[in-house]
Design a binder for this molecule. Structure first.
Ligand SMILES: Nc1ncnc2c1ncn2[C@@H]1O[C@H](COP(=O)(O)OP(=O)(O)OP(=O)(O)O)[C@@H](O)[C@H]1O
Ligand SMILES: [Mg+2]
Length: 513
């Protein structure tokens, strides 16, 4: 008797456990669930809001578009009876799922209230309990807006804008899709610095209210400084991808005057990154028609169409040469140093480029770094890429390049008799603005110290006097390696005194946080 009671009791419990599970997986269960919900809603009065697909001018209603996108992002969308499959817009191999507008009701929960969406002919209908509309309607719509904004931001194609010669019919900017492969993570930099940069950018994105409360323009400015080939442009690409911002790359030499620069800024959109590479060059060479006050106003970003959500990035090779007013706090918020390679950075490159964690030549490489020799990550990276078939050969070539670089670190007397340091090898620019090579590549054979041919640029010929007159070789007329050697040979005969330039501090710093 007791056994029978226990068996019945067990069966009842099992039944209670099993029935909801079976129902939730079957059509009957689904139907019952919907009927129960409908029954529950029968006891409430409802308010309906219609969102037409088109406005009176037969243009697409943006609210409809956003709600449609929002509904697609709901987890319940995946469970809907009919789902359409489309190929991706920019990636044809990708398949996207989209809810079908055929008479289905989608329910959503917001702040504890249930909200229903239904497709009708050319419109979407929002249904909510009347007594709850005051409490949730506007914040729910804001929530829909925020979610879709975030989705759009994540999926949008990043574009690179370049200020072209004046074409009034097309505006001042021309753009191309931006597909640079660099990310913040692929930059060979101190990992703590990369982490700080990411959190700085993230906290900027979340600070709209904070900036508004302070009455400040919601923008943040970064100065990336360091020798050529240390990854400044690649890092900018990584920042833009991290933020998913478009890049406006300002070429100041193509700007007619201060008001033209204002116009350019006015024609940028929010959520964009405004980049001026080699700012020091423009300031010292006066290779722009814009004067200092025009540049300062531009940096302050006051004149912009919305004044909102801008990141500005400036690169310089040596910040000590830049007028302190340009770099004052508020105008530049964060300084980031891009150093030449040290031994840990070399090891990271060897790992990523050659798959080497350890090698018998590493101690030798470390020793040379300890003597103060250094090359830019670009130079070391190029040697490794060129010799990637043989890691040992790659390391040997890095060693000889480092040794030869030690020999080429000299102090030269410039035209104005002032001693000025010049690192010859760092002047071989391997990357133009945002990594687009600006010189003509010479594939004519290996370089003199095992450097790959890619490192050799055939720029326009320059005389030694021209080279000596400038602080460093300019990107737009890069000498060939042979010219370097010639130049170096001349230096040796003219200056018997050969000094090492002080090794730059390898400390990365982000002074303002
Ligand atoms: N720190 C680094 N981490 C990873 N790659 C680097 C780094 N530095 C340079 N490189 C590589 O070297 C090449 C040139 O780098 P990039 O153009 O970013 O240097 P740059 O500092 O902007 O130089 P320049 O001042 O001449 O414009 C790129 O292909 C990049 O991938
Ligand atoms: Mg650059």
């Amino acid at each position: 008797m007791i056994l029978a009671t226990l068996a019945v009791f067990g069966l009842v419990i099992f039944g209670f456990w099993l029935i909801p599970r079976v129902l939730s997986r079957t059509e009957v269960g689904h139907l019952l669930q919907n009927k129960w919900r409908d029954l529950e809603e029968c006891f409430h009065r409802h308010q309906f809001y219609k969102i037409p697909k088109f406005n009176q001018q037969m243009q697409e209603n943006q609210v409809y578009r956003k709600v449609f996108m929002y509904l697609n992002s709901l987890s319940s969308a995946g469970d809907s009876d009919f789902v359409n499959l489309f190929s991706g817009n920019n990636k044809p191999n990708e398949i996207n799922l989209e809810i079908d507008s055929a008479n289905e009701v989608f329910s959503d929960t917001y702040l504890g209230s249930r909200i229903f969406w239904k497709f009708e002919k050319d419109c979407l209908v929002l249904k909510m309990r009347r007594k709850e509309k005051r409490r949730i309607l506007s914040s729910y719509l804001q929530h829909v807006h925020n979610v879709t904004d975030e989705i759009e931001q994540k999926t949008k194609e990043i574009r690179l804008y370049i200020n072209a010669v004046n074409e009034p019919e097309n505006g001042r900017w021309i753009s191309v899709p931006f597909n640079h492969p660099a990310t913040i993570d692929t930059s060979v930099l101190d990992s703590d610095l990369k982490h700080k940069m990411k959190s700085d950018l993230e906290s900027f994105l979340k600070s709209e209210q904070y900036y508004h409360r302070l009455g400040r323009v919601w923008k943040r400015s970064y100065l990336l400084y360091g020798p050529s080939g240390t990854g400044k442009s690649s890092f900018i690409a990584g920042m833009a991808k991290f933020l998913r911002y478009d890049i406006y790359d300002v070429d100041l030499s193509k700007v007619a005057n201060d008001s033209d620069l204002k116009l350019l800024l006015l024609q940028t959109t929010r959520r964009s990154m405004i980049v001026v590479e080699d700012l020091d060059r423009y300031l010292t060479d006066k290779s722009t028609a814009v004067n200092l006050s025009g540049i300062l106003n531009f940096m302050d970003g006051i004149i912009s169409s919305s004044g909102e959500e801008r990141v500005m990035v400036f690169t310089v090779s040596n910040k000590d040469q830049v007028d302190p007013t340009v770099l004052r706090p508020g105008r530049i918020d964060v300084h980031v140093h891009f150093p030449l390679c040290d031994f840990p950075a070399f090891k990271t490159l060897a790992n990523s480029h050659l798959g080497l964690k350890e090698h018998k030549l590493f101690p030798q490489v470390e020793e040379i770094f300890q003597t103060g020799a250094s090359l830019s990550p670009a130079e070391i990276g190029e040697i490794m890429i060129f010799n990637r078939g043989s890691p040992t050969r790659a390391l040997k070539n890095v060693i000889s390049a480092l040794k030869s670089n030690t020999d080429t670190k000299v102090t030269i007397i410039t035209a104005n008799k002032k001693e000025e340091p010049l690192r010859l090898t760092h002047s071989v620019s391997v990357g133009g603005a945002l990594g687009v090579p600006s010189g003509l590549l010479d594939h004519g054979g290996p370089g003199p110290v095992g450097l790959p041919p890619r490192l050799m640029y055939s720029g326009s010929a320059r005389t030694v006097e021209e080279v000596r007159g400038s602080r460093s070789f300019r990107r737009d007329s890069i000498p060939t390696v042979r010219e370097f050697k010639k130049f170096y040979g001349l230096l040796k005969t003219k200056n018997n005194k050969k000094e090492f330039v002080d090794k730059e501090s390898s400390q990365h710093e982000v002074p303002v946080f």
